[in-house]
Design a protein around this ligand. Structure first.
Ligand code: DGJ
Length: 694
């Protein structure tokens, strides 16, 4: 692990890879290699000339970061307008700084007062590199960026790469897609103001890789707003990807003397998709999550939403809390409906005072009740939003994004507050600060139920900055609240998984995955989530949705929800005593295995769609313990016994576990090579095997 510098060549040596870049005599930055380690002395910066008058060297060679200007015709990463309207960047190389695991290459425009730094950081024991850029305006006149990507990547093979991403929607997040990029370009993006339910802010590029083998190149943009991943392949077979802010309706004004540090891109190269996901989960725990809770297992929570919807009140919450505590829940979260005139989604957002009809004595009694039952208390808020039917909107109609000449779209009957305004930011900070200061609240579920639209913001000199400033304001408020109330955990929710990216997880401790809590659908949703989002943060509830297409027993629903951060969301007052016992048994089991699930190494062994059986195994770092989840909802063609081979174990260790009443004692080698055979028939097949070293 080191940053190695050889003249004008820079080698980022990760656990298994070399990422190599260089600078030539003209100040151009070159991408030289991303792959297996080679002899450091062999790397050099090739001299490249124009191919012919139509195909320029600037368009062809692999760059680390491409500036708009001169004869660059392909996708570029940075395009700015200087005060005299010149829109070209032309840089010289100023030098580098390399210390420990950090590398910085400094460039400056040859004429204008703009300095650009390419930053890189590597991490012990991982193949992950963090990349970002810094822009500094050393003059006095503003410089306005109209395109700002944060990193560019080139891949080594001239054969086409396949790009994995997601193409989801509300209720169907993280559904995976696969596109071969032969020529032209591929774009994955969001224009909604949040990273959205649709595409994911990352790239995964490979050539016939699978879970266990094949080069997998990936990069996740740590940003929850409008993003763009733009990949292309040229005539010479070079595949490139740029990733950063969406240039749709974008501008960033860098005033004289200002510096801008971009969000980071966490990229890596692993063998197989499984190793990619495992490294990202570890990386997130150690380097991404806010520090208060990163190394602590998340508590088992109860959430009131699907039990009573908006109809929360002192009695029903107390009744649910009692039942939740009895079954072992550690955190009781009251969802939407507790404030103002919030009886449905038509009114109340913005008026964050307790509804006295529902809670005559305020929140205090309920919170005390919950605490006396041994649980922490959490609460739902949606701070970026306002209903037209609210005192807040009546007092401050100008606080919502709007154009005087346009009708504002009221999605879910709500408008988006102009988060770029200082007074709005202070209002939101103060209301949440008061809520946390006056009540023993340990958990905030921060929801966001509609995308931005009609984004007029009269307060901005550069109105297209709203997209960036909105996201920044959300992050800043959460960070300030966390600083003042370090004992409070935050969850990012946006109508399910609409803001569940790795950028959100630099500020929030966990995310709500999907409003679709149907365990059958969740098998697919959670697999998509696990690719490049950390499982530690994935909230999963057991609810009363028994399976829209096929029934799912309570045990089956637990099996699926226990593969993330477990929550309960059913109407417990309607449960039979038998059902309550099933919940209790499963929660106790989850507490035994949750460290393995949240901090362990996930091996995705069988896929419900491809194999009719889901088999996921989580193994701890020293391979002494493991938990295996197996679930199926009916297999076809009279399949009798299905061989289940394990993964991630130490072949030389001996493991013991119980399977269908039988105690099995076998070596890791046997379990991984031969495995066990299971009779998987009928609906609701679910097993949880706990392996321990003998
Ligand atoms: C959408 C969230 O995803 C749900 O979990 C719930 O909190 C509702 N909003 C409340 O309005």
């Amino acid at each position: 692990m080191a940053v190695i510098v050889k003249n004008n060549v820079f080698i980022l040596e990760t656990k298994n890879t070399h990422y190599v870049l260089g600078v030539d005599d003209y100040g151009y930055n070159h991408h030289l290699h991303w792959g297996k380690k080679c002899n450091a002395d062999d790397y050099f910066v090739e001299k490249i000339g124009d191919e012919n008058s139509n195909h320029t060297m600037l368009d062809e060679f692999k760059q680390e970061y491409t500036f708009f200007g001169s004869t660059v015709y392909r996708e570029c990463d940075l395009k700015v307008e200087f005060s005299d309207k010149c829109r070209e960047i032309n840089v010289k190389y100023l030098g580098y700084e390399a210390e420990d695991n950090l590398l910085k290459l400094h460039f400056a425009d040859n004429h204008y007062p703009l300095e650009i730094t390419l930053n890189y950081q590597i991490f012990d024991g991982l193949d992950i590199i963090s990349r970002w850029i810094t822009l500094k305006n050393t003059g006095s006149e503003s410089i306005v960026a109209e395109r700002l990507f944060c990193a560019e990547f080139s891949f080594p093979s001239v054969k086409p790469y396949t790009f994995k991403n997601t193409n989801g929607a509300w209720g169907g997040e993280f559904l995976q897609t696969s596109n071969v990029l032969d020529g032209g370009s591929l774009v994955f993006e969001s224009r909604k103001g949040i990273s959205s339910h649709t595409n994911s802010p990352y790239f995964i590029a490979h050539q016939n890789a699978d879970e266990k083998s094949g080069d997998v190149y990936f990069g996740a943009f740590a940003y929850s707003g409008n993003f763009k991943v733009s990949a292309s392949r040229d005539l010479y077979g070079i595949t490139r990807t740029s990733i950063g802010f969406n240039d749709f309706d974008f501008e960033y004004c860098l005033k004289g003397g200002e510096t801008f540090e971009s969000p980071k891109v966490f990229c890596g190269l692993t063998q197989g998709f499984g190793e990619m996901s495992r490294q990202m989960n570890k990386f997130a725990v150690d380097y991404v999550f806010p520090k208060q809770f990163n190394d602590k297992p998340l508590p088992v929570l109860y959430n009131s939403w699907e039990a009573v919807w908006f109809d929360v009140n002192s009695e029903n919450q107390s009744a649910l809390a009692k039942l939740a505590a009895d079954m072992g829940v550690e955190l009781f979260v009251m969802d939407d409906g507790w404030f103002s005139k919030r009886n449905d989604d038509h009114a109340g957002l913005g008026d964050w005072f307790v509804n006295k009809d529902k809670f005559p004595n305020g929140l205090g009694d309920l919170i005390k009740n919950v605490n006396d039952l041994g649980m922490d208390f959490g609460i739902w808020v949606e701070p970026e939003m306002v209903n037209a039917d609210s005192d807040l909107f009546r007092a401050h109609p100008d606080w919502a994004y709007h154009y005087d000449t346009r009708m504002a779209s009221e999605l879910r009957n709500q408008l988006v507050l102009n988060m770029t305004r200082r007074d709005v930011q202070e209002y939101i900070f103060n209301l949440l600060d008061d809520l946390l200061s006056n009540n023993n609240i340990k958990y905030i579920k921060w929801d966001m139920n509609r995308p931005l639209s009609e984004t007029g913001a009269e307060n901005l000199d550069y109105p297209k900055m709203i997209w960036y400033l909105h996201t920044k304001a959300v992050y800043d408020i959460v960070d300030r609240l966390k600083e003042k109330h370090p004992e409070v955990a935050f969850e990012s929710c946006a109508s399910g998984g609409g803001r569940s990216d790795i950028g959100a997880l630099q500020h929030y401790d966990q995310v709500w995955t999907s409003d679709n809590t149907d365990a059958i659908d969740r098998m697919v949703i959670q697999k998509g989530f696990s690719m490049l989002r950390p499982l530690k943060a994935m909230r999963a509830w057991v609810t009363d949705i028994e399976g829209i297409n096929k029934p799912a027993s309570l045990d089956f629903r637990f099996n699926i929800a226990m593969q993330g951060a477990l929550g309960i969301g059913g109407n417990l007052t309607k449960y039979s005593s038998g059902d309550l016992e099933i919940c209790k048994k499963n929660i106790a089991l989850y507490k035994k295995i949750r460290s393995l699930v949240q901090f362990g190494n996930l091996y995705r062994i069988l896929d419900i769609d491809e194999d009719e059986v889901l088999m996921n195994q989580y193994v701890n770092d020293d391979k002494t313990k493991s938990v295996v989840f197996i679930a199926a909802n009916g297999t076809r063609f009279y399949k009798k016994r299905i061989p289940l081979r394990f993964d991630g174990l130490d072949k030389d260790k001996c493991y013991t576990f119980e399977f269908d009443g039988e105690i099995i004692v076998k070596s890791g080698a046997y379990l991984m090579e031969v495995g066990i055979s299971a009779h998987i028939r009928g609906v609701n097949y679910n097993r949880i095997l706990i392996l321990e070293e003998k």
